[in-house]
Write a protein that binds this ligand. Structure first.
Ligand SMILES: [Zn+2]
Length: 91
């Protein structure tokens, strides 16, 4: 994900938000098929703003938890991190 899409031309709403979130989790867990990955990462994220943000949010959270060396971070910590990242994205 080196190329940042033109956010003004992206959709502000995702009509498949729930499906997208499921695929997103599969991709991050390494369980998505190549087809799912290609479609979601190379096509959908290019045009879907909420999913683009969600994806980077989840990646950031996972990276952060990794650096803290824990797979079992308390939920309120995760929520806190999530909030901070959302604030950053909104800027
Ligand atoms: Zn979407």
């Amino acid at each position: 994900m080196s190329n940042v899409p033109d956010q003004k031309r992206m959709k502000q709403d995702c009509e498949n938000k729930r499906e997208c979130l499921e695929i997103l989790q599969l991709i991050l867990d390494g369980e998505a098929s190549t087809e799912q990955k290609n479609h979601f990462l190379k096509e959908h994220l290019e045009e879907c703003m909420p999913c683009y943000k969600n994806y980077h949010l989840e990646v950031a959270i996972r990276e952060l938890l990794k650096t803290k060396c824990t797979n079992h971070a308390p939920q309120d910590l995760v929520d806190d991190i999530r909030k901070k990242i959302i604030q950053n994205l909104a800027r």
